[in-house]
Design a protein around this ligand. Structure first.
Ligand code: FAD
Ligand code: NAG
Ligand code: NAG
Ligand code: NAG
Ligand code: NAG
Ligand code: NAG
Ligand code: NAG
Length: 507
């Protein structure tokens, strides 16, 4: 075993007295964990297994990490922890596709981008079980990540057919999709608490093309409108809310015949030029104290976001008219435009919050948020969206597991069977002073108000410790108990513990 460990790249192996933070994608100053004594970069599942065995033997907590695409300090517990960084374990094998559905085996470190490339070369796709490009599919499954759809299954976990987990003894347990088995229902959104996901058998489909279209709606037409009816007909759809301008963007996508277009639209949500970045940062930084800067920012961002955020993939030219057409992954997710960096690489960073509510109360929830904005306005304080793409309003079709955001069968007395609306509120983090936002208390008041007044469930990587702690009262105690029982079986000594697991009381 020691030979194998020698092969693992040890980035830092410090005594716990010198434990260091392990950062999120935002880099130094943005810890995912505070107390990390070593980061290993294995290149095979066999090495991952031996790392877990080593951790188990010395009783040192261990967590897997993909791309660090999470916002808060909730990846580990605060005890000394070692990290298994999975990037180098990324084989894709066992491709099989005949007819309308097939499967492929992917290892822990495979990213959406890598899988999409691999599949596109074989005329295949992962359908709608996808999120942002530069993160691992295993990391997304572990944390219950999702796209936005009421019509199609859009939890990333809904694409998993088998999840192979390295348990607390270093044994790989193959958990196969079976909704009558609590092991499966726990593994489907495991929060990493059952052990690192080593590999997954994933559902695939033939490649397809889609259109993307976007319209601008008056705020009242959404707040008082048929929200379900605006979203459910489409393969995938969402809103972006511009609360200062009292508008929504309504984005929707659906399938078109493959032969109907040659356009190869490629979406980018995060690409930005340096000039844009510096201008945005200057304006948003002044918005820490000047609300007029925030009003101007929202106005500029809404204008930019009204045009397609797509380029033609074959020659990287800007696409200027809706609808946009192209291949599945390129249209639904895309990535970075050649030569450009994502916004966070220009020191544009955000706080965030995401809560899911039954879609049956979507109007009440959004009206309540409007009410909180208006209550500030009545006091002479104008609140805005300070994010490049507004406030993100997503949706999720019901999907059964124990800790996902869209589980339908619940004892909280409300109807989740129609699906969920997610209120995902990113907001600019000023680069100066105390880094707090303009009217900082508003944000905390908003999250507490929503959590206290409505049935809701937190996203597992987009909420602060404080929001997670407040959210526990809305979680189904029966689910927490059943999850804790499976966790105990996989990891009796709690070596995979995390702050999230501790907050929700399943450790
Ligand atoms: C720019 C951006 C856009 C995003 N968009 C969306 C979105 O549209 N929808 C959505 O739902 N979420 C979204 N997210 C959140 C994202 O899906 C999750 O945070 C996801 O867990 C990140 O995966 P990662 O590979 O970067 O994992 P990391 O950030 O490295 O880890 C996240 C958590 O997963 C655990 N983990 C990682 N790998 C494994 C593994 N192999 N086995 C067990 N546990 C593991 C880690 O221990 C940690 O607790 C977004 C995040 C960012 C930064
Ligand atoms: C993806 O993330 C890695 C860090 O894990 C970074 O080095 C790389 O530039 C990113 N790639 C893209 C396309 O954003
Ligand atoms: C790190 O964790 C160890 C126990 O695992 C603890 O003794 C130590 O105080 C922690 N250090 C920090 C900086 O939290
Ligand atoms: C993909 O499909 C096209 C026709 O739709 C075909 O020409 C091509 O050979 C296929 N490629 C693979 C790798 O199967
Ligand atoms: C880029 O490609 C598209 C689609 O093939 C084409 O219509 C357009 O004219 C091209 N633009 C340039 C500048 O080459
Ligand atoms: C839904 O919950 C009830 C009561 O807890 C339980 O009897 C039933 O089996 C559950 N159904 C599913 C699909 O889990
Ligand atoms: C917080 O919200 C409540 C309503 O839930 C409101 O009465 C109060 O004024 C708000 N306070 C702040 C600081 O926003």
């Amino acid at each position: 075993m020691s030979t194998l460990l020698m092969k693992a790249v040890v980035l830092g192996f410090l005594s716990s007295a010198f434990a260091v933070p392990f950062n999120t994608f935002d880099g130094p100053g943005f810890p995912a964990c505070y107390n990390v004594s070593a980061v290993y970069q294995p290149t095979s599942v066999v090495e991952m297994v031996s790392l877990v065995k080593m951790a188990a033997a010395s009783n040192i907590p261990v967590r897997a990490s993909g791309k660090g695409h999470m916002w808060y300090d909730t990846m580990c517990s605060d005890s000394e922890t070692i990290i298994i960084q999975t990037e180098g374990v990324h084989s894709i094998s066992d491709f099989e596709l005949t007819g309308s559905e097939g499967s492929v085996m992917i290892e822990a470190g495979v990213t959406f981008f890598e899988l999409a490339d691999y599949l596109h070369a074989r005329n295949a796709s992962i359908g709608y079980a996808l999120v942002n490009w530069n993160m691992t599919i295993a990391g997304a499954v572990a944390m219950g990540a999702h796209r936005s759809s009421l019509r199609e299954a859009s939890m990333v976990a809904s694409g998993a057919l088998e999840i192979h987990i390295i348990d607390g003894t270093g044994t790989i347990q193959k958990v196969v999709r079976d909704e009558t088995n609590d092991d499966w229902l726990a593994a489907s959104t495991s929060l990493g608490l059952l052990g690192p996901i080593a590999r997954m058998k994933f559902k695939i489909f033939p490649s397809f093309k889609l259109y993307a279209k976007q319209e601008t709606l008056a705020e009242a037409d959404v707040l008082n409108g048929d929200i379900y009816g605006l979203i459910a007909p489409y393969a995938t759809a969402n809103f972006w809310w511009w609360p200062y301008l009292r508008k929504f963007h309504h984005r929707y996508y659906d399938v078109i015949p493959t032969a109907s277009t040659d356009q190869q639209g490629f979406q980018s949500t995060f690409s930005i030029t340096e000039i844009e970045a510096v201008a945005a940062r200057t304006l948003l930084d002044s918005g820490k104290i000047l609300p007029t800067s925030n009003m101007l920012s929202e106005t500029i961002f809404e204008g930019i976001w009204s045009a397609p955020n797509f380029h033609e993939k074959s020659n990287d030219t800007t696409i200027t008219t809706w609808p946009v057409y192209g291949w599945d992954y390129d249209v639904l997710i895309g990535g970075l435009y050649p030569g450009l960096l994502p916004e966070w690489d220009y020191n544009l960073r955000a706080y965030t919050l995401e809560l899911a509510f039954p879609v049956t109360i979507a109007n009440q929830v959004l009206q309540r948020v409007r009410g909180l904005f208006d209550a500030q306005l009545a006091k002479g304080i104008t609140m805005t969206s300070t994010y490049r793409s507004g406030i993100n309003i997503k949706f999720g079709r019901a999907y059964n597991d124990l800790l996902g955001q869209v589980w339908a069968n619940t004892t909280d007395g409300t109807d989740w069977t129609k699906g969920a609306i997610m209120f995902d509120f990113p907001s600019y983090r000023p680069t100066w002073g105390d880094n707090l936002r303009f009217n900082e208390p508003f944000y905390h008041n908003l999250s507490s108000t929503l959590i206290n007044e409505f049935p809701c469930r937190p996203h597992w990587t987009k909420n602060s410790r404080d929001v997670l702690a407040q959210s526990v009262k809305n979680l189904d105690p029966g689910h927490l108990q059943r999850f804790a029982a499976v966790r105990e079986k996989f990891d009796p000594n709690g070596i995979f513990k995390s702050v999230v697991g501790q907050i929700i009381g399943v450790m």
